[in-house]
Design a protein around this ligand. Structure first.
Ligand code: TRP
Length: 334
């Protein structure tokens, strides 16, 4: 039996991934390369929707790719590539846009949130089309499963609708992808505001743990994390969201169940507990940061690895596009 095909994407919009990205996406991707035929994509076309300056986008695309490789994605076992290297993503997005209703795209809650934030006129057409490009990413590879956070579920439903619509109108062409929802990340919250999700767009720098930050900064942030009144290290999401978040972080990184951690730190107080959390974060991120730095120091080698990924991804994408072009009625040749 062939392994199920999986595809996921991550945006190069920051100079480092954060703990939420690591637990919710990156770590999951690493383990799925063993069980799936995996394609992982740094989605720079998506990042363009917020108009980054070109040098930032270039740097962040390399930084994102380096972190993925540093985290353990192995180009021999999965395909890691940059979206803009595979031109078929834009090409299929256009075809799918022509199948999408204005109202349908306008109902996407992430678009509505973002356009509300940027203001009606500042939100560009790129942002409006973002989910359709994501559908193209997924459908190009005949993807069976898409590991995403719960916030992407609506985009995946749109992807399925578009695949079905295309198949119905033009004949069976696309595999219908299923979501593979990663629950963990929803639970990791901001260190300073432990009832809000840890997120690049909404957390303050003090509330977020970055994969590439130095050990000293990570320790400081954990030690200064908001805790709750009382002294007991107990999980209680309602009354002790700060301590609960730190317990979840420890548990996710150490693999120790929360009740076991509660027993271990019974009577110890917050200080000792926080030190232990800081150490496990540092122990996880330090080797990753060192490997990423090494990869980034040799840009030519990093670009060579990405070119291999692009070739592999491009071959699969082209196979799909050959069929799509014919089905919709484009002329052969050229
Ligand atoms: N929109 C996704 C996010 O913000 C990123 C993404 C782009 C993606 N293309 C994708 C995820 C394809 C899964 C599959 O998380």
């Amino acid at each position: 039996m062939a392994r199920p095909r999986v595809l996921s994407g991550i945006q190069p919009t920051a100079d480092s991934f954060h703990l939420g990205n690591y637990l919710g996406a990156v770590r999951q991707w690493v383990s799925m390369q063993e069980t799936h035929d995996a394609f992982y994509c740094v989605v720079d076309l998506h990042a363009l929707t917020v108009q980054p300056n070109p040098d930032d986008l270039r740097r962040r695309s390399r930084v994102a790719a380096a972190q993925l490789l540093a985290a353990g994605l192995d180009p021999e076992r999965c395909t890691v590539f940059v979206q803009s290297h595979v031109r078929q993503h834009s090409e299929l997005a256009w075809v799918l846009m022509c199948l999408t209703g204005m109202g349908e795209a306008g109902r996407m809650t992430q678009f509505k949130d973002k356009s509300a934030k940027f203001g009606e006129n500042a939100a560009g057409v790129g942002l409006f089309n973002y989910p359709i490009l994501m559908a193209a990413d997924i459908l190009l590879y005949q993807t069976d499963q898409v590991p995403v956070g719960a916030d992407q579920k609506q985009h995946l439903e749109l992807t399925r609708d578009l695949a079905q619509r295309f198949n119905h109108r033009y004949g069976e062409t696309f595999t219908l992808p299923a979501p593979y929802i990663v629950k963990e990340v929803e639970k990791i919250t901001d260190l300073q505001e432990p009832t809000a999700k840890m997120s690049k767009s909404s957390s303050s720098p003090q509330g977020i743990l970055d994969v590439l930050e130095p050990a000293g900064a990570l320790r400081k942030k954990v030690m200064r994390a908001v805790t709750d009144t009382g002294t007991e290290v107990l999980a209680d999401a309602e009354n002790k969201p700060g301590v609960t978040n730190l317990l979840r972080i420890h548990s996710a990184l150490s693999g120790t169940p929360v009740p076991e951690l509660e027993a271990r730190f019974a009577g110890e107080g917050y200080g000792t507990f926080k030190k232990a959390v800081a150490e496990i974060v540092v122990d996880t991120f330090t080797p990753l940061r060192e490997r990423a730095e090494k990869l980034l120091a040799d840009e030519a080698e990093l670009d060579r690895l990405l070119a291999i990924g692009a070739r592999r991804a491009g071959a699969v994408a082209e196979e799909t596009m050959v069929r799509v072009r014919d089905r919709v009625g484009f002329l052969p040749g050229a």
